[in-house]
Ligand binder design. Structure first.
Ligand SMILES: [Mg+2]
Length: 276
């Protein structure tokens, strides 16, 4: 499907629409441009529940959206687990968003869990002990919300790097020799949950993201159109990872992406996105 006929959008947020507590330039204008088409926000971050993410988008002045427009890796993990087994039992390590998503469809049970689920957040030695013994004794499956090795965060206004879901699940995998199953980008379940909410096929949608190795590669595998915005960790001029196909659109920021879309859609106008 040509870009001009794209019916809907999946948008990554961190590095595309905001950094920490700061909206990126033109984020609100960009959202106004695409708001006439179906769209969903998807994030590998399993920590915040969707309602809190929606509050953040509103607080930063980016968009006023319903929590249902936001799909987190925690929600996709809960939905995936419910498909494996109805009324499943789990032991989970992670933040509020993960516990809330899992409790809606499964039962927390540190004695008989069938799944050990690892997200992002405080991880202590006893949780690792519980998790690895559930894997050994109950043959519990090890499931990670997202494979990111590290994530960007801000503390007291300063940028810090935190271990991501891929790093935090490593002690469980190493101690047991089991390979975790990851649900978040670049794997399919997170995109598929968002596409199902939009009622659109992958080929009808475009993924907009700032990370080639996760956002873009995962969307390409599903046959989505892709737009890389180099406003996050991946900077202008940086070469794409070896072996990956280039995204359909590769731009420095949302202003440039808006220009490309307006050109494709034949939208004229004299607004900000026509400026050089
Ligand atoms: Mg991002």
């Amino acid at each position: 499907m040509p870009i001009a006929e794209i019916k809907g959008f999946l948008l990554d947020m961190d590095g595309v629409l905001y950094h920490g507590e700061r909206a990126l330039p033109h984020a609100a204008e960009f959202m106004r441009l695409v708001s006439g088409r179906p769209h969903c926000f998807i994030t590998n971050n399993p920590v915040l529940p969707p309602a809190r993410v929606a509050e953040k988008l509103a607080r930063l002045g980016i968009a006023k959206v319903d929590a249902a427009a936001i799909v987190t890796s925690a929600q996709a993990t809960a939905a995936w687990l419910a498909r494996q087994k109805a009324d499943f039992r789990y032991f989970a390590v992670g933040g509020e968003g993960l516990h809330e998503a899992l409790a809606a469809v499964g039962r927390e049970d540190a004695e008989k869990a069938e799944f050990v689920v690892v997200g992002e957040g405080a991880l202590d030695f006893e949780a690792i002990v519980t998790g690895i013994n559930l894997i050994f004794d109950n043959d519990a499956r090890l499931v990670g919300t997202n494979p990111d090795s590290s994530v960007d965060a801000f503390r007291d206004g300063r940028h810090v790097v935190l271990p991501g879901g891929g790093a935090l699940i490593a002690p469980f995998a190493e101690a047991t020799g089991r390979q975790p199953i990851f649900i978040g980008k670049p794997n399919a379940p997170l995109y598929e949950m968002a596409l199902a909410r939009l009622g659109l096929a992958a080929g009808e949608c475009m993924m907009i993201g700032d990370r080639p190795d996760t956002d873009i590669v995962g969307a390409q595998r599903l046959g989505m159109k892709t737009a890389l915005v180099r406003s996050g960790r991946f900077r202008p001029g940086e070469p794409l990872p070896d072996g990956m196909a280039p995204p359909d659109i590769d731009v420095t920021d949302l202003e440039r992406l808006a220009s490309v879309l307006r050109e494709q859609w034949g939208v004229s106008g004299s607004s900000w996105c026509d400026s050089p």
